[in-house]
Design a protein. Sequence first.
Length: 340
Amino acid sequence: MRWEWLKVLEETAKRTHQAWKPQHAMVWNDQKLIAAAVFWWREDSWGDFVFDQEIAFLAKKLGFSWYPKLVGTVPFTAAMGWRILHRESPEGWQAMANILDAALGLAATQRSSLNLLWLEPSWISQPRVQAELSQRQGFFWPHPHFWWERGNLKNYEDFLSHLNKNDRRNARRELNSAQQHGLEIVIQKASESPREWHRTMAALYQKTNDQFGYYAARFLDNEFFEQAALTAGDWVWYVAALSPQKSTPIAMSFFVSDEVHWIGRYWGEESFYKNLHFQLCYHEPLRYILNGTGRSFDPGMGSPHKLQRGFWPYTAMSWHWVSNRQLNEILRRSFEKIYS
């Protein structure tokens, strides 16, 4: 969770009049920040990427309004990383608990719910965090996801050697798709890219969403991509396919990275090029990571075809608490029974 990334997302939600009302929390001791967390009031679930619309329907049946709901997450970002940030000290741990209690109290006052989404695995795995959440009688909701970690892999060829024969052959073929189409691949930071590239990425993002109609994840406007490059450009990366016939990329993928951890976010192409999606979204980033200091890669939601390309099934967690005791108990028992 980078401030620069959060800032540009919050400004986008405000500018586009989407249902994200900030309700952030901080704990200070004099001039020293002890703990902080980002929260939002939501009037719908679009952009959460935790699909609780059926729960909203059940709540309505029980005479309970699911919205507005209080959500801890990074807007429009289906990637693990949300947590309560705090100092590693007794004072910091107490401040974390205070923020959690304040959020629960606010949700209770509004007869609402608290929903902590896309939780950071290293945070949620800590016994102290698990104990704090367990005491508050909410429930966990597991979500299928995909993940990759470097481990002891030395380079991309080493990575390929761990795939089975068919997947290895397929990966080599996909990695050469740009060359077969006469395209050049470039990987670089948004801050080092021409301004026209930000506009191109915006146009390709919109084009990709046009394919999905009502179910499109069209949450970002053109200004977002320019502002992301200006505000968080050292953390935003492009993988671009260039054609000799054009001055701007004909296909691009968009990543957020500190060069250690990589998160795949958006993709688009002017017209269909066979296997180019797999090259720009998976193989080229993996090769770049393995040639550098990268340690992990979150490729984004969905699509079991990621298994064939070296990603692992992974369980992303969210945690929920509902002020309506009847609904909270129904959901808690149901999720425990389903996922036990």
